[in-house]
Design a protein around this ligand. Structure first.
Ligand SMILES: *Cc1c(COP(=O)(O)O)cnc(C)c1O
Length: 402
């Protein structure tokens, strides 16, 4: 049991809490499902990029999937081995590509033909070999929120199979490109096994044709996207998920790379907030708290549901319909909408659940609100892993205003 009241008086609110023991449990569960083959788990840094989270996962053996050079640097600072780092993303700048090559990461994941040419030129210029993979868009509907669907032709990610084939043939002949991986990532918060299975089958048939053409692809990267339970979602069986991938790969000697983000950290995180006021009009009841959309954007951005708990509420207390809203000057600023919650009073604590992924990393300083502190819980102990920002931090970069 986490003592939310004690922690919120120790660290103040809004506060992010991450249960590191739970992250370990999730990591081991996934690893277990993949034991039948060589595998590598490259945690998707964008889900939660706190250095202590990265270090914790690195200690468990994880690598990192990064979508900016900033994330690559974070991973390295946290002690992730360079040969376990993948650099993905549709819009890499020249300087980012050059730095990634210099850092000798495992591979750069290419998302277009033009990008391949730039990577080749840069590798030529600095006289190094660029290990690459290509992100293939299998045109499969992951049946998730359209904002987090990435494997359809209407999405900006990856290249078509035919284009990928051409790119591999080109890369195999290039003296500075070394194609070692094949990649797909069809979306996020996927709660069905079938889209993963179909994507694996489509991409593994391309893998087989590349192997037949003597192109030595060593890494079969299935991306991330494993969904978690926010409310009443059915989640996939990890065993079945892995088994489907293995079946599609029968006879092929490759390491399976998996890039889980949300699955590892989502349900291990909590956003702790305090009630400021309640107010009511003829239509609605609002519980106004000290956390807002700048702390947790998912409800505003995707209408995402997060479970919540009013600490010290009694089971038999009468509940009524309300929205939990923040202090930000936007009507879209809510953490929960049309939920049932007992009457609250000033300083009551509300815990927003499943906030470990795409929570703090999507937070901003909108309305000049300092970002929340982050605290790790492990072995019954708590420790601060990111200080609460101050107003001084926020204005530090602003110059010549006098
Ligand atoms: C975001 C992302 C992931 C992680 O997605 P989750 O849904 O959090 O598991 C993995 N790979 C790539 C390329 C991504 O962009």
């Amino acid at each position: 049991m986490i003592d939310f009241a004690k922690l919120s008086s120790k660290y103040d609110t809004p506060l992010y809490l991450y249960d590191f023991d739970d992250i370990t449990k999730n990591y081991n569960e996934l690893k277990e499902a993949f034991t039948a083959r060589k595998s590598l788990f490259c945690y998707a840094v964008k889900a939660n990029s706190n250095l202590s989270v990265l270090k914790h996962l690195a200690t468990l053996g994880a690598g990192c999937d990064c979508v900016s050079i900033g994330e690559v640097k974070r991973a390295l600072i946290a002690g992730v081995q360079s040969y376990k780092i993948i650099f993905s993303g549709v819009g890499k700048k020249d300087a980012e590509i050059e730095e990634a090559l210099e850092k000798k990461i495992l591979m750069i994941n290419l998302e277009s033909e033009e990008e391949m040419c730039r990577v080749e030129q840069i590798a030529d210029r600095i006289n190094c070999e660029a290990r690459i993979s290509i992100r293939v868009n299998p045109n499969i509907d992951p049946k998730t929120h359209p904002y987090i669907s990435t494997g359809l032709h209407e999405n900006k990610f990856g290249v078509d199979i035919e284009v990928a084939k051409k790119m591999y043939l080109y890369a195999a002949k290039s003296k500075s490109l070394n194609p070692i991986g094949i990649h797909f990532h069809i979306g996020s918060q996927i709660t069905q096994t079938l889209p993963f299975k179909e994507a694996s089958q489509v991409i593994s048939s391309l893998l087989k044709s590349l192997h037949a053409a003597n192109i030595d692809i060593k890494f079969f990267d299935v991306g991330g996207g494993i969904g978690i339970k926010y409310k009443d979602e059915e989640t996939i069986s990890l065993y079945e998920y892995a088994q489907n991938i293995f079946e599609s790969l029968s006879g092929e000697d490759v390491t399976v790379v998996c890039e889980p983000g949300r699955f590892l950290v989502g349900n291990s995180g909590y956003l702790v907030t305090k009630v400021l006021y309640e107010k009511k009009n003829d239509k609605k009841r609002f519980v106004i708290v000290d956390a807002a959309m700048n702390d947790l954007l998912r409800p505003s951005l995707y209408k995402a549901y997060h479970g919540f708990e009013l600490i010290d509420a009694k089971d038999d207390e009468e509940k009524s319909l309300a929205d939990i809203v923040g202090p930000i000057c936007e009507s879209g600023d809510f953490l929960a909408k049309d939920i049932y919650i007992p009457q609250t009073k000033h300083d009551d604590i509300i815990v927003i659940k499943s906030a470990g992924a795409y929570g703090f990393t999507m937070s901003s300083n909108y309305n000049t609100r300092p970002r929340a502190a982050e605290v790790a819980l492990s072995g019954g102990k708590d420790r601060l892993i990111r200080k609460r920002e101050t107003i001084e931090d926020l204005v530090e970069q602003e110059i010549e205003y006098l």
